[in-house]
Design a binder for this molecule. Structure first.
Ligand code: GLY
Length: 383
């Protein structure tokens, strides 16, 4: 695969080493020359914490370096207490990219125990009347028992994985019911997505779709679109339910039609300020991983999706990769945490994580397969 990816991999691993030496708290955004932890007044829970452990585990897997492994183990152990936390819908992000990766990359299945417990904890957020997993909790002002969001699709892999490992079909059933509800409530006819859906938590009836991080209720927030693409493709891989494949195809098709010339989306596909508004390099990195997942399960169109993934990656490497880091830094620049909350133009730990996940798929399909059990769709692609 292209030498540009080998160079980007080298820089990403070097940057991760610098960060490991300096990191004191789980990071979210890189600005003012330093990693900043999540802004607790703006976002509940620890949803970003698994991205840092995921970076460390992948960097260790590429290098075999014992200090990266010790760092990965240490930061993973700091997340173990979250396995009984019923206050977040993001246990999938947190535990898949810490304990599940740890078990897969070290071949030490003892790591799985905490991840299995976390999967059971996540099911406590399932509302059987509306057949959705609840996103955020009430915060004293806003009543959110009826609220789900598109990002939650990315947490279903933990349930499917735990179902396979325990043989408990209920875990996978909850994931499938939630994905069906999300498809009906959050995916529009043109293949775009809304960010949140509100249900009546007592009757389960859909009340409305809304935007929270996007531009407007009718617009398409680009990172949400990317979470949906990756999430539905993963659900298809685990279930073979055709509707999940056609949904992932429609989502990918929408993104392909709407991407700008350099293939890195603006923060919202429908922002009226394009081109004079912010990019979100993290949305691009998640889109690449979602396209590669789709390519792995959609044999007929695999080369279309993998080809697009590769072109987006080349643009990230050429235009958004920070090449000259000689100390703590994000790997990518120009992420947008939340433009409505005035948080943009920074590095983001999830942009960095998915960039390294994608580089792993392009440069070391064997490692990617070990980490995620996803068959590579890249074999035989021309340089
Ligand atoms: N999961 C929240 C976000 O993507 O910002």
């Amino acid at each position: 695969m292209a030498a540009i990816f080998d160079d980007a991999l080298k820089q990403s691993i070097e940057t991760t080493r610098y960060n490991l030496g300096a990191m004191e708290e789980f990071p979210e955004s890189f600005k003012h020359g330093a990693w900043q932890p999540i802004e607790k007044d703006r976002a509940a829970g620890h949803w970003v914490d698994g991205f840092w452990t995921g970076l460390l585990w992948l960097a260790y897997a590429h290098t075999g370096d014992s200090s990266l492994r010790t760092g990965a183990e240490d930061w993973t152990n700091r997340l173990a207490h979250m396995k009984i936390s019923t206050g977040t819908h993001d246990l999938g992000f947190i535990f898949y990219l810490s304990h599940v990766l740890a078990g897969r990359l070290t071949a030490e299945p003892a790591w799985y125990d905490n991840a299995i417990e976390a999967a059971y904890t996540l099911t406590k957020r399932f509302n059987p009347r509306g057949e959705y997993l609840q996103a955020w909790d009430d915060d004293g002002i806003r009543k959110w028992a009826g609220r789900t969001n598109i990002d939650l699709m990315m947490n279903l892999a933990l349930l499917h994985w735990a179902s396979e490992i325990t043989g408990d079909a209920r875990l996978a059933d909850i994931a499938t019911l939630h994905a069906r509800t999300s498809r009906l409530a959050l995916v529009r006819g043109d293949g775009s997505t809304a960010h949140v859906a509100d249900f009546d938590p007592n009757t389960g009836l859909l009340i409305r779709r809304e935007q929270y991080q996007g531009y407007s209720h009718d617009s398409c927030w680009s990172r949400g679109q990317a979470w949906a693409l990756y999430g539905f493709a993963t659900c298809y891989r685990y279930t073979a339910i055709p509707g999940f494949l056609s949904t992932a195809q429609a989502l990918a098709d929408y993104s392909q039609r709407r991407l700008p010339a350099d293939l890195v989306p603006f923060w919202d596909y429908d922002s009226p300020h394009i081109p004079d508004t912010y990019r979100d390099s993290s949305a691009a990195a998640v889109t690449v991983c979602g396209l590669l997942e789709l390519a792995a399960v959609d044999k007929e169109r695999a080369s279309r999706w993998a080809g697009l993934a590769k072109r987006i990656m080349i643009s990230l490497c050429e235009n958004y990769l920070i090449r000259d880091a000689t100390g703590p830094s994000s790997i990518l620049q120009d992420g947008a945490r939340s433009v409505p909350a005035n948080l943009m133009e920074h590095g983001l730990i999830y942009g960095d994580y998915y960039f390294l996940e994608a580089l792993t798929a392009f440069t070391r399909p064997d490692l990617h397969q070990r980490a995620f059990a996803v068959e590579s769709a890249l074999d035989g692609m021309s340089e």
